[in-house]
Design a protein around this ligand. Structure first.
Ligand code: SF4
Ligand code: ZN
Length: 264
């Protein structure tokens, strides 16, 4: 809508910073709309502080209001604390916790600032990795939540304007426009399954150009059937925190309960 208050999730990496610059350029033509930026500080020592700083610098340059929300503030723990506890208890990977907790944190922050839309910088690469990851893990219902436009009660409508843009193109845009972004990688990245899937897809794309688009198009074709499955499940309110969830308890509360980092 031309009057929308749009929040952009800005991590400080090339994809999100490029998206911020592109949306800012477009938004200038819609004087009744508003653009804000949200950065989630997961609490990753030696990495996230620089990213938050870069996100802030880009917002200042563009004259965009910047809101920073942290895991510590929302969950009482940094991601580093969660990972340390998970290691002791043989838990999941850092990226799994990070993704689950960030997803909820973004929704809470966007709702708090009264955003009507939440734009995330998921690229074609992110989307195809998530499709394969969910297939590999048997999470068919999760695939239904992957559509480019998502909405539900208490769930700020999510849009992914870059979902068909390869990551290489956002990097190219950032370099061409001399946009400042964080180039160092997260210390937890190497240990993730997503990293293996990323390497696999990149190798396939090099040998067989068009593979990523083919995976995405296949997903579009099956998404209608998958959607029926998600509709059957329906969105409810988490019995612990009240956030939207497909089950009794949202995934964020579930993982923290399993680790003993949250009380009912
Ligand atoms: Fe989070 Fe993993 Fe990304 Fe690091 S690499 S920011 S832990 S999702
Ligand atoms: Zn919850």
């Amino acid at each position: 809508m031309p009057t929308d208050r749009i929040a952009v999730a800005v991590s400080g990496g090339k994809d999100s910073v490029s998206l911020l610059h592109i949306l800012h350029k477009i938004e200038i033509g819609f004087p009744k709309s508003e653009l804000l930026a949200i950065t989630i500080d997961e609490g990753i020592s030696g990495y996230r502080d620089e990213a938050v700083q870069i996100a802030a610098e880009n917002c200042k340059k563009l004259g965009i209001e910047h809101v920073v929300s942290s895991f510590k503030e929302l969950y009482n723990y940094d991601l580093d604390d969660v990972v340390e506890t998970a290691e002791d208890k043989g838990g999941l990977s850092a990226c799994t916790y990070c993704g689950v907790l960030r997803r909820k944190a973004l929704n809470v922050a966007a709702r708090r600032i009264g955003a009507e839309k939440l734009a995330t910088a998921h690229t074609l690469d992110d989307e195809t990795q998530t499709i394969l990851l969910n297939l590999l893990r048997g999470n068919v219902a999760w695939l239904a939540r992957l559509e480019p436009v998502l909405e539900g009660e208490r769930f700020v409508r999510r849009v992914k304007p870059l979902c068909e843009v390869p990551e290489a193109e956002t990097a190219f845009y950032a370099f061409l426009k001399k946009v400042k972004f964080q180039s160092s990688t997260c210390p937890y990245m190497r240990s993730s399954t997503r990293n293996d899937v990323r390497a696999f897809l990149n190798e396939l794309e090099t040998k067989h150009p068009g593979t990523k688009f083919a995976v995405y198009r296949s997903f579009e074709k099956i998404s209608l059937s998958v959607r029926v499955l998600a509709d059957d499940i329906g969105l409810k309110e988490c019995d612990v925190c009240g956030e939207p969830t497909v089950g009794q308890t949202c995934r964020a509360c579930q993982v923290l309960l399993e680790l003993g980092m949250l009380n009912r």
